[in-house]
Design a protein around this ligand. Structure first.
Ligand SMILES: Cc1cc2nc3c(=O)[nH]c(=O)nc-3n(C[C@H](O)[C@H](O)[C@H](O)COP(=O)(O)O)c2cc1C
Length: 138
C-alpha cells in the first residue's frame, strides 16, 4: 500500500512563477530519490498538492513542508492509503489552480473522501497534467 496525502496551503505573499518553478524543480529531483509522485496545483495564493508514496517518505515530506516558509497554514484535507498510485511516473505534475476549484474540492472533502484521481479530475483533465509543458500562468 502507498500513502496518499492531499493538503491545501497558502502561498507566502508575493509568490510568483519563478518561485513555483524553483519549488517544482527541487521537488522533482527529491521525489525521484524518495519514491514520491503526485501533483501540485497553484493559483490565487493557494497550493493544493497530492503526494503519494511510501508512508515514511510522505511523513518526512510533510515535516519538511510544515517547516517551509514559502507557504503557511498547511491543512491536510485527506490522508489515506491506496493500492496503486494515481500519478505513476509523475515526480510532481503541475496545474494552474483556479481558486474556485480549490474551494470546491475542500468543500467536497468535508462531506466525503475523494480519490486522488477524482481530485485530479476536478482540477482539470489529469491527462493534461504535464510537467514542463504547462505554462506557469500569472
Ligand atoms: C508548495 C510546496 C510544495 C513542495 N513540494 C515538494 C515535494 O513534492 N517534494 C519535496 O521534496 N519537496 C517539496 N517542497 C519543498 C519542501 O518543503 C522542502 O523545502 C524540501 O523538501 C527540502 O527540504 P530540506 O531543505 O529540509 O532538505 C515543496 C514546497 C512547497 C512550498
Amino acid at each position: 500500500m502507498i500513502r496518499q496525502v492531499v493538503y491545501l496551503s497558502s502561498a507566502r505573499a508575493g509568490t510568483g512563477d519563478a518561485e513555483i518553478a524553483a519549488i517544482l524543480d527541487a521537488a522533482r529531483a527529491a521525489n525521484g530519490r524518495n519514491g514520491l509522485t503526485g501533483m501540485l496545483a497553484a493559483g490565487g495564493g493557494v497550493y493544493l498538492q497530492i503526494v503519494e508514496g511510501p508512508a515514511e517518505a510522505v511523513e518526512s515530506l510533510l515535516t519538511r513542508l510544515r517547516a517551509d516558509a514559502r507557504h503557511e497554514n498547511l491543512r491536510v484535507l485527506q490522508d489515506g492509503e491506496a493500492a496503486t498510485r494515481n500519478f505513476p511516473g509523475r515526480l510532481m505534475g503541475f496545474r494552474v489552480l483556479a481558486p474556485e476549484a480549490a474551494g470546491l474540492i475542500a468543500a467536497q472533502l468535508r462531506v466525503r473522501a475523494m480519490t486522488a484521481a477524482e481530485i485530479a479530475t476536478a482540477l482539470g483533465n489529469p491527462a493534461a497534467v504535464g510537467l514542463a509543458q504547462v505554462a506557469l500562468a500569472a
